[in-house]
Design a binder for this molecule. Structure first.
Ligand SMILES: *Cc1c(COP(=O)(O)O)cnc(C)c1O
Length: 353
């Protein structure tokens, strides 16, 4: 039994992290690997940090199956800054918009130049033939964190594919070679806020125009191994521990099975409640990470949140733009929490339906 009282943390981000990782961070807090200092106090050049940095990259390469010919960067500015960096670097994009983050990406890219919206919806993902792409690249959001809409397969386009994978990276296996650039903020499924992961193909880097502001220049960041300036070292360190933890626990194949099972428990409760709950996403695009549903009215929604909180479930209120309930169950969210929520949902529907 943990000495800490931990709630079931359904936060959409920053999200819950594996307890063994948090314990290791605690244990190493004052003396990192015999260095006599905390990673928080350590130079980002040379010495023990070098190892943390290179191991994080190596472990991620193994975990995600990143082939030769791709760079791994840890940048700052969040996934949100990637909206700008992508648009500044690669010309005109075709954006396939499946929710609020895709829309934000479009709005931000439009500041830099022309943008083409190839498809737009917020409950499903399009199939091939439903959109027409043009320009220099395609942009998708593999998992829309607010609406709970997820691409179930790595799609194939005739243009280089750029992808915001912030809220489902490391939740399942991915064919990295389908993508020219993948980016993800750390704080949903990898570690603490601060670092933003970028996985980018070497041949895509060659397209970057000269003369970008240095901090927004992927090629310069790659040349400097993400240390053109001080990177978010603590965040990168914890991400590295999470990569090791996942590698030790069956890698992404196992994570995928666990996430299917965990989300299945809750979707079963949703579907089994005689339409008391209404899923936001179409069943074919339901996210395994962010499960979004509504109740018959606001009063019942409020009651659901109140009673859920009393039962030790935290962070279930949906995003203000969708309302209802959002259960975010990232990799580190325990399966027994999914069992408990499903049971609570059944019981709640029975009492109030
Ligand atoms: C959280 C999130 C973002 C924004 O991330 P920041 O790191 O806060 O900028 C962008 N896209 C998706 C899909 C997200 O879930």
């Amino acid at each position: 039994m943990s000495p800490y009282h931990r709630v079931y943390n359904f936060s959409a981000g920053p999200g819950t992290l594996p307890v063994p990782v948090l314990e290791q961070v605690r244990d190493e807090m004052l003396n990192q690997g015999g260095s006599g200092m905390s990673v928080l106090e350590m130079s980002h050049r040379g010495g023990p940090y070098d190892r943390i940095h290179s191991e994080a990259k190596e472990d991620l390469r193994a975990l995600l199956g990143i082939p030769e010919g791709y760079q791994i960067l840890f940048l700052a500015g969040g996934a949100s800054l990637q909206f700008t960096m992508v648009a500044k670097s690669f010309g005109t994009g075709s954006y396939v918009v499946t929710g609020a983050w895709g829309e934000k990406a479009v709005e931000t890219a439009a500041i830099e130049g022309d943008v083409h919206v190839a498809w737009k919806g917020d409950r499903s993902v399009p199939s091939r033939g439903e959109y027409e792409v043009q320009g220099d690249y395609v942009h998708i959001t593999t998992n829309e964190t607010i609406g709970g809409v997820q691409w179930k397969e790595d799609p194939i386009f005739d243009l280089p594919l750029v992808c915001d994978m912030s809220s489902d990276i490391l939740s399942r296996r991915v064919s990295v070679d389908r993508y020219s650039l993948i980016y993800a903020g750390a704080q949903k499924n990898m570690g603490p806020a601060g670092a933003t992961l970028v996985v980018v193909a070497d041949d895509f880097l060659k397209r970057i125009p000269k003369g970008l502001p240095p901090m927004l220049d992927y090629a310069l960041q790659a040349k400097n191994d993400s240390r053109y300036n001080t990177p978010p070292t603590f965040s990168i360190y914890v991400c590295g521990l999470v990569y090791k933890y996942l590698l030790k626990n069956g890698g992404l194949a196992e994570a995928e099975v666990r996430n299917q099972r965990k989300s299945g428990l809750i979707y079963d409760a949703l579907d089994g409640a005689n339409r008391f709950y209404k899923g936001h996403a179409e069943p074919s695009a339901r996210s395994t990470m962010n499960l979004v549903f509504t109740l018959p009215n606001q009063e019942l929604t409020d009651l659901f949140v109140t009673q859920a909180t009393e039962n030790g479930f935290d962070g279930l209120r949906g995003h203000r733009s969708v309302g209802g309930i959002r259960a975010s169950i990232y990799n580190a969210f325990p399966e027994e929490g999914c069992v408990a929520l499903a049971e609570f949902m059944r019981d709640f529907a029975q009492r109030n339906g």
